[in-house]
Write a protein that binds this ligand. Structure first.
Ligand SMILES: Cc1ncc(COP(=O)(O)O)c(C=O)c1O
Length: 414
């Protein structure tokens, strides 16, 4: 078993060791990954690294000690609320990632329904395309998650969701967009249903929050999903996704700041004095907040428009190219930069196509339903869009020749 070394090591040897260990990793800067990363250029990378280093060890739990971090965090929340339809009463919480934002939203919905409606056996109703992190949160919070099949249009089926709601429903969920298909749920209709039933409505805009408003400005049709839609209670929006910040940055935004109190923990039940937190974390990295703020300041609306344009151009090239290859089909609709392609030729095994692509160094995202290949685009994919289509073409030929291995739909899906 590896133990802590008896003697400490010098800085240079440690860095050399770490760099060497990266040898087998995929080269995400070259756009070969279908998932996990967001990258624009070296200038943004430098801005983020320097901003992170400027607050590299400051603890964001201790805002008494670091008023600068409180001000930076407040600005990140204010900039995001102004982008995402927050009105005068809106508020937000900076979290470690989409999963934490969603956990807090579900906790708040449960606590509010328990306090105001006496709900003891809470359930949430969500489309089955919603991220599985809702189920993880539900499990931890003692909530039943009721997943409802999406319609043929790959969007939440509002009538079917209505049918699964009852007096113990504490929240309903819509994605903007969901991860499996990249489609937006009908947020306005879901929010109206939430108003009618008096339940919490959460919009999961972890993927779309910092992309959809700009894609809309480019002229694409994007359904209203913002906090300004009547009935939307909360929204998760990840700065570490299309906000283009380094990992560890998401927001839980609420239309009414008073609702933040439902996910607050506060106690004096120990010797040390009062302890309070709005997040599941205690100690929080100041660097994440500084780097998120710096990313937003560096890119500005102009930079985010550039990202949106690159993504939508890459999508047009890739989907057009793939659809032109005999035997392949693009699943529709898909609203932003996530899409799925698959084989519609029974003699063409998509698992073999995936394996042939993987052998060329493309890290593939496999979709289990329908059996296909999933891609989540970020700006760097624009540079490799044509190459990707050529690689698909070669992979199809390899798969047809039968010489390649296969990657099953249940392997490496995420
Ligand atoms: C739609 C959606 N919601 C939530 C999440 C969870 O976010 P995180 O991985 O930051 O916890 C993801 C992650 O991909 C997502 O795509």
């Amino acid at each position: 078993m590896t133990g802590i070394p008896a003697k400490g090591r010098d800085r240079a040897s440690i860095l050399a060791d770490l760099t060497a260990r990266k040898h087998g990793d995929r080269d995400w800067r070259r756009g070969r990954l279908a998932v996990y990363f967001y990258w624009l250029d070296e200038e943004l990378e430098r801005v983020q690294q320097e901003a992170y280093l400027a607050f590299w060890t400051e603890n964001n739990l201790g805002q008494r000690a670091y008023p600068s971090l409180k001000a930076i965090e407040d600005e990140v929340i204010a900039m995001s609320l102004s982008l995402l339809g927050g009105g005068g009463r809106a508020g937000g919480t900076f979290t470690s990632g989409g999963s934490e934002s969603i956990f807090l939203a579900m906790m708040a919905a449960r606590n509010k329904a328990r306090a105001q409606r006496g709900v003891r056996r809470p359930n949430i109703v969500l489309p089955n395309s919603a991220h599985l992190t809702f189920d993880r949160a539900a499990e931890a919070l003692g909530i039943e998650a009721r997943r409802v099949s999406v319609g043929a249009d790959l969007r939440a089926d509002v009538a079917a969701m209505t049918a699964r709601m009852d007096a113990d429903t504490v929240a309903i969920v819509g994605s903007a967009p969901n991860y499996p298909f990249g489609t937006f749920d009908p947020i306005e209709r879901l929010a109206a249903l939430a108003v009618e039933r008096g339940v919490w409505m959460h919009v999961d805009a972890c993927v779309g929050g910092f992309l959809a408003p700009y894609v809309r400005r480019l002229g694409h049709d994007v359904t209203p999903f913002e906090l300004s839609v009547p009935g939307v209670t909360s929204m998760s929006a990840d700065i570490h996704k299309h906000g283009m910040a380094p990992k560890g940055a998401s927001l839980l935004l609420v239309s009414d700041a008073a609702d933040r109190e439902w996910h607050k923990f506060e106690s004096r039940a120990w010797q040390r004095g009062p302890y309070a937190a709005y997040t599941t974390q205690g100690t929080r990295p100041g660097g994440s907040v500084a780097a998120a703020w710096a990313s937003m300041q560096h890119l500005g609306d102009e930079g985010y428009m550039r990202c949106a344009r690159l993504i939508m151009e890459a999508k047009a090239i890739m989907t057009g190219g793939i659809a032109a290859i005999p035997g392949l089909e693009i699943l529709t609709p898909s609203d932003l930069g996530i899409f799925v392609w698959r084989s519609v030729d029974p003699t063409l095994d998509i698992g073999k196509v995936a394996a042939a692509m993987d052998a060329e160094g493309w890290l593939m995202g496999r979709q289990q339903e329908p059996d296909g290949i999933h891609l989540h685009l970020n700006p760097i994919h624009r540079e490799v869009a044509e190459e990707y289509v050529e690689a698909v073409s070669r992979a199809v030929a390899a798969a047809r020749s039968g010489t390649t291995a296969r990657i099953g739909a249940n392997e490496r899906t995420y």
